[in-house]
Design a binder for this molecule. Structure first.
Ligand SMILES: [Zn+2]
Ligand SMILES: [Zn+2]
Ligand SMILES: [Zn+2]
Length: 332
């Protein structure tokens, strides 16, 4: 007898449907990537041990260790930026097409320890990383031609990291990226229709729910009802806040704890999987985004359905987020 284990779930913001097909149910720990390629580089070869000696310019921000002898975190300009510096911003036409110069900022936030990635570094260092994100965001948001600042972290080769030394990237750009636009539009539509924030609705529900992974006074970590990949996690401030860059010192500490708990549970539960995480926050283009609720999305690399997803936009999940949460809570 065949049991139908598939379910279709609709996201309340994007209105997209996802397939949760657990027909060939696997235990959560079997999602740990065993065939992972070794992704290591000796300290001698690592360009981030001494970024200046390896040809990067002076840091745009530097935090020192307490002894003042060595740095603890530094932010440098990317040697191979995806956007070049320059504040020239003008759209020109070429027949039916529009184009503009690829100007913006592309920076790298590097922490000192070659091996200690965010999941396993002291929590106060994670708070310092968040402080650096914020400082650079605040420094770049006031450029007239900068409309969006995207902060993202790639961990592991499968997640697109090219250098194993832990680092985060920040791209300040003149455009609104497509996924951000969709996220904003979905949130706005929900607000117009129901007169409340979709994210606040979700958070209020998830606080009591089986998908909850961790929460503290200021932040909540849960596995979303409609994930985009297996083991996706989200972090939200409990309070309705639109702008990441307005985070307070106290909130930074609580966010550091929440982010670290989330990453640590994946690190332990899935044996150091590759993942990406990024911040979705309101654009800095001067418009009103009070309806938006900033958050962090963590997307581990465990999926194998790439072709279907790229071609149809329908995500196929092979583990329920309820199972994910139950499993990961054991590692908190
Ligand atoms: Zn290194
Ligand atoms: Zn909200
Ligand atoms: Zn988002």
């Amino acid at each position: 007898m065949e049991i139908n284990n598939s379910e279709l779930r609709q996201d309340i913001i994007s209105k997209d449907w996802a397939i949760i097909a657990v027909g060939r149910a696997k235990r959560p720990q079997l999602f740990a990537n065993k065939n992972k390629e070794k992704f290591e580089q000796s300290i001698i070869e690592c360009p981030f041990e001494n970024p200046q000696a390896s040809g990067h310019g002076e840091p745009v921000l530097i935090y020192y260790k307490n002894n003042k002898k060595d740095w603890n975190l530094q932010v440098i300009k990317n040697k191979y930026p995806m956007l070049s510096s320059g504040d020239y911003f003008k759209i020109t036409k070429e027949g039916p097409y529009s184009l503009m110069p690829g100007n913006g900022f592309h920076e790298i936030i590097i922490t000192r320890d070659h091996k200690k990635h965010l999941a396993i570094m002291p929590t106060e260092n994670v708070a310092e990383v968040i402080k650096a994100y914020q400082e650079r965001y605040l420094a770049l948001m006031n450029y007239d031609f900068i409309n969006y600042i995207f902060i993202f972290h790639n961990h592991g080769k499968e997640a697109g990291a090219s250098i194993p030394h832990p680092h985060t990237q920040l791209v300040a750009m003149p455009i609104l990226p497509a996924d951000v636009k969709r996220s904003l539009e979905g949130a706005k539509k929900y607000q117009d229709e129901y007169k409340k924030c979709a994210h606040c609705e979700m958070i209020a529900w998830e606080r009591e729910e089986k998908r909850l992974i961790f929460q503290n006074e200021y932040f909540i970590v849960f596995a979303p009802f409609v994930p985009r990949v297996n083991f996706e996690l989200r972090i939200y401030p409990h309070q309705h806040l639109s702008n990441f860059e307005k985070i307070t010192e106290t909130e930074r500490k609580y966010l550091a704890e929440a982010l670290q708990k989330a990453l640590y549970s994946l690190y332990k539960g899935l044996k150091n999987p590759a993942y990406n995480f990024f911040i979705h926050t309101a654009p800095c283009d001067g418009k009103d985004y009070n309806y938006y609720h900033w958050h962090i999305e963590i997307l581990p690399k465990t999926n194998t359905w790439a072709g279907l997803e790229l071609g149809t936009g329908v995500e196929v999940l092979t583990i329920k987020p309820e199972e994910v949460a139950k499993f990961l809570r054991e590692f908190i």
